[in-house]
Design a protein around this ligand. Structure first.
Ligand SMILES: NC(=O)c1ccc[n+]([C@@H]2O[C@H](COP(=O)([O-])OP(=O)(O)OC[C@H]3O[C@@H](n4cnc5c(N)ncnc54)[C@H](O)[C@@H]3O)[C@@H](O)[C@H]2O)c1
Length: 263
């Protein structure tokens, strides 16, 4: 039996590494990304991934990855991607909601409304839409007891990070979303959990360093006990555990993959 996963934010960073580790574990994967490039939400000061990046990830695993361009703000596009995955691979077992953006740099009372609106729409409603579009496939599949929904939150989901008011708000909401989802799934076999990465070497961390005017992204290493940045593959390994059959034990929980953040 080939387990099938759908991953959002799959073109680069933690999402792309999640596609890679799941494929190596024998999954078929629907890899979803908006591939919006320079067409970013207001307040987002860095480019998102491109179609070429998504296609390059898919090309690493011919016949095992179905690449789909979809914006997580567009529930119909997500539903179409999930349906295409079920058509192609016959089932859906695990879903990883990794797509997100970051914007900030000001205290809450000086932050434009667009920071909250856009991070709410992508980082929270995007996870909501991903759950709404995919959970029915997990419930109606051949093995709901193996169904896993994994939302990528953040250390900002349980800490208040300086000058990231809207991102903190959004990531705390993701944790509430997942806990409520796990409660709604009682008795179905499908489970839900959140993974909260610490500072991980991706384009989003570069963007966060720019928000803080840091000369070097490595300065974030001092905020985690491991005293170095995490690599996307290290976080993806934790996400893969959450996707696995053994991941059922993590239902309703927030798994910190942060090297000991903020201690
Ligand atoms: N890198 C870190 O230090 C860190 C720390 C904590 C949490 N996270 C979380 O990890 C997840 C992955 O982030 P990353 O660091 O790999 O960032 P990244 O910017 O490298 O990757 C994010 C991906 O999401 C895609 N995306 C953005 N908006 C989208 C939309 N509306 N619809 C579909 N796709 C969209 C981008 O194109 C990109 O490929 C995010 O949820 C992020 O908040 C990252």
């Amino acid at each position: 039996m080939t387990r099938v996963a759908l991953v959002t934010g799959a073109a680069r960073g933690i999402g792309a590494e999640t596609v890679r580790v799941l494929c190596r574990d024998g999954y078929a994967v629907v890899a979803v990304d908006s591939c919006a490039g320079d067409d970013v939400p207001d307040g987002v000061a860095y480019a998102l991934a491109t179609r070429a990046e998504l296609d390059a990830v898919a090309a690493e695993f011919p016949d095992h990855v179905l690449a789909r361009v979809a914006d997580v703000r567009d529930r119909e596009a997500l539903a179409a991607a999930a349906a295409d995955g079920v058509d192609a691979f016959g089932r859906l077992d695990a879903v990883v909601a990794a797509a997100a953006v970051i914007a900030g740099g000001l205290p809450l009372w000086e932050s434009p409304d667009s920071h909250l609106d856009n991070q709410w729409d992508v980082d929270v409603k995007g996870v909501w839409n991903t759950a709404a579009a995919t959970i029915p496939h997990l419930l109606n599949g051949p093995d709901p007891s193996g169904g896993r929904f994994v939302a990528i939150a953040s250390a900002a989901g349980s800490h208040g990070l300086f000058h990231l008011a809207a991102y903190n708000t959004a990531k705390h909401a993701v944790i509430g979303l997942v806990k409520g989802l796990a409660a709604d799934l009682v008795g179905t076999g499908v489970t839900a959990c959140a993974v909260s990465p610490g500072s991980t070497r991706t384009r989003m961390l570069d963007a966060t360093a720019a928000i803080y005017d840091l000369a070097d992204v490595e300065e974030f290493a001092s905020s985690q006990l491991i005293r170095r940045l995490l690599e996307p593959a290290e976080v993806a390994a934790t996400i893969a555990l959450c996707c696995s059959l053994e991941g059922a034990a993590l239902n309703g929980s927030v798994v910190s993959a942060d090297g000991g953040f903020g201690r």
